[in-house]
Design a protein around this ligand. Structure first.
Ligand code: CMC
Length: 432
């Protein structure tokens, strides 16, 4: 970020402050308020960070009005069409697309780390069978800090690199094993001759008793889902990872914190909530009732898979996802899928409705992803774990960027305190 000659003037009480401004390579200018409290004795108030740049970053850019998402400058549509997930991981981690030799080296480094320490199986077995796989993932990923001591020193660039590779490589194994455990089936070990998505599908759907052939079209669809979710700048879970890591916590603990945050229905949990909602709506004739409920201020119901904090035109990921949904259902010979019909009609009706137009609410990435994952055979409880597998590279890239920043300081927001002011303790017999 470069300082500009522009400044912003802030006047209050009898003070006037000149605040420096900075220019990003894309996006709106930024007012630097780092010295505001020291110079003016005031805080700013921005719950939910709607107007606050929490960090400087060179990884991902979103133009919410244009509906544009760029990873290191490359548009998501081009990456979804021409690239593949591991190449995108390289791009995010190192800033450039790899040469053929770099790609080969990176892929072999990732595939060499796909296995989990054998003793980690005990962690899976400690959970109840009906545990949500996200609960298992939070626990198991946090527990990695107890197994991989040689990659927890955040001050050593080599250890940071190993932690990043381990995380990307092992997350599919962890998610697949959480799934297998919930089914009561044996864990399937990774196969390093398969590509990332095929290996994941095989670990989820193979059983030792039978060979499992991965359909390349499904593997491609899976890979595309991973690519579309790989990073999304300073979203809630990424900001959680950054906040956790600002204290110097180890990478596995930080990513476990990110997974916990992702779980919520307003964030990564929306894909599960969305498919459940589409099923609850059930048939096209029920849609108007749900649209009315979504618009009713007294009803907490929201259209899941709709709306986004940043996209106010359309979510470019949703477009690609919709195409993939058609492709996958076609391939699987699923015709007249009622859920897909409900989704398309719901989208059509909502996009013509004054409420959704005025509030700029469009389908987001989660609106169609559940339909694809369902067709692939995943239960809804696995949707958010799949998001976690994809987003791991984003979290770890943002973590690496933050840790190597010489300006790193612990994240410590201020508050607008509106509670009681100082008062004296009251003995119990004098209360009430
Ligand atoms: N259905 C109905 N009304 C909505 C919806 C919705 N899905 N989303 C927002 N609104 C309304 C909201 O009631 C508010 O109305 P008003 O101004 O009258 O109070 C207005 O639109 C602005 O909403 P907001 O909650 O202030 O917006 P936000 O930027 O804080 O929230 C959001 C963004 C994604 C949390 C929200 O749109 C939402 O809850 N959507 C459903 C959950 C979902 O699909 N989440 C996945 C997001 S994409 C994947 C990811 O990031 O993980």
């Amino acid at each position: 970020m470069s300082k500009t000659s522009k400044t912003a003037t802030l006047s209050f009480d009898d003070k006037t402050l000149e605040l420096p401004m900075m220019s990003p390579s894309a996006g709106p200018d930024v007012i630097d308020i780092q010295k505001l409290y020291a110079q003016g004795g005031v805080f700013t108030f921005d719950p939910g960070y709607t107007s606050t740049a929490s960090c400087e970053s060179t990884i991902t850019f979103i133009d919410g009005d244009k509906g544009e998402l760029l990873y290191r400058g490359y548009p998501i549509e081009q990456l979804a069409e021409k690239s593949h997930f591991l190449e995108v991981c390289y791009l995010l981690l190192y800033g450039e697309l790899p040469t053929a030799a770099q790609a080969e080296d990176f892929e072999s480094r990732v595939t060499n780390h796909t296995m989990l320490h054998e003793q980690m199986q005990n962690f899976f077995r400690g959970f109840r069978r009906d545990a949500h796989p996200m609960a298992v993932m939070v626990g198991v990923v946090g527990a990695m800090s107890a197994f991989y001591h040689d990659s927890t020193d955040i001050n050593d660039p080599w250890q940071r690199e190993v932690a990043a590779i381990r995380m990307i490589a092992k997350m599919p194994t962890i998610a697949a094993w959480a799934f297998k455990y919930s089914l009561g089936q044996p864990f399937i070990y990774p196969r390093n001759d398969l590509d990332y998505a095929s290996n994941f599908l095989r670990m989820c759907f193979a059983v030792p008793a039978e060979d499992y052939e991965v359909d390349p079209i499904l593997a491609r669809a899976m890979d595309r889902i991973f690519t579309l979710h790989a990073d999304h700048e300073q979203n809630a879970s990424t900001s959680t990872v950054r906040m956790a890591s600002s204290s110097g916590a180890n990478p596995f603990a930080c990513i476990a914190a990110g997974i916990a945050c992702l779980w919520g229905p307003a964030h990564g949990g929306a894909n599960q909530a969305c498919l459940e909602m589409l099923r609850e709506i059930g048939t096209v004739d029920q849609i108007p009732e749900y649209i009315e409920r979504a618009k009713d201020k007294d009803d907490p119901f929201r259209l899941m898979g709709f709306g986004h904090r940043v996209y106010k035109n359309f979510d470019p990921r949703a477009k690609v996802m919709k195409e993939s949904a058609d492709e996958v259902l076609d391939l699987m010979g699923i015709e007249n899928n009622e859920t897909l019909k409900v989704a398309k009609e719901l989208e059509r009706i909502a996009l013509e409705d004054e409420y959704f137009i005025e509030k700029k609410l469009y389908p987001n990435v989660d609106f169609y992803s559940g339909i694809i994952l369902d067709a692939m055979g995943f239960p809804t409880s696995m949707f958010t774990p799949l998001f976690a597998v994809s987003r791991t590279v984003g979290w770890i890239t943002q973590w690496k960027e933050m840790i190597s920043d010489p300006m790193l300081r612990i994240g410590r927001p201020r508050q607008l305190y509106t509670g009681p002011t100082r008062r004296d303790y009251i003995e119990v017999e004098n209360r009430g």
